[in-house]
Design a protein around this ligand. Structure first.
Ligand code: SAM
Length: 158
């Protein structure tokens, strides 16, 4: 299992920029929980700088967070819930020890997303929710398709 931290040194930049996009998506994802989250023990796996954790706390959940990147966890650490550096494919948690699990734009980083998903199932209590967001590979935008094709044709991808 390779565990390269591609987000090394990115905490400040992520919190000041990408959060503007990922924050509202995290709020929407958490709002889609099939049951109220107040008082429940929830894992935010691949928490990054904590946008999903913030949304979960706003719902009254009790948080524990993990991420592969120490730099992402270190951002604003004093304000944030308890956390640990951990690969989503090998969580340092007992079976069924959390009520619900969240993984926002994390499984898309894995060559085998199923391995991460299986681990989320393992640590989540039966009947708990597993809320996941990943990037779409489909586009319904002709403009976006054109923009994507441009760097590809200039040999930027692959
Ligand atoms: C696109 S960011 C999303 C961060 C946050 N969940 C959000 O929605 O803003 C992906 C996060 O997943 C983490 N990550 C990538 N691969 C991981 C792995 N194998 N195990 C745990 N975390 C991982 C990265 O360090 C990064 O913080």
């Amino acid at each position: 299992m390779t565990t390269v931290d591609h987000y090394r040194g990115s905490g400040r930049r992520w919190a000041g920029g990408a959060t503007l996009v990922y924050g509202p998506i995290a709020v929407e994802m958490v709002d889609m929980s099939p049951h109220p989250l107040a008082g429940r023990r929830v894992l935010d796996a691949g928490t990054g700088t904590g946008v999903a954790a913030d949304a979960l706390i706003a719902h009254g959940a009790r948080l524990v967070a993990t991420d592969l990147s120490l730099d992402m966890l270190a951002w604003d650490a004093r304000r944030r819930p308890p956390c640990a550096v951990a690969d989503v494919r090998a969580l340092p948690l007992a079976d069924h020890c959390v009520d619900d699990t969240v993984a926002a734009f994390v499984l898309n980083h894995l060559v085998d997303p199923g391995a991460g998903f299986a681990e989320l199932i393992r640590v989540t209590r039966p009947g708990g929710a597993i809320l996941v967001t990943v990037y779409s590979t489909a586009s319904r935008s002709a403009v976006r398709d054109r923009l994507d094709r441009s760097p590809c044709s200039a040999a930027w991808s692959r």
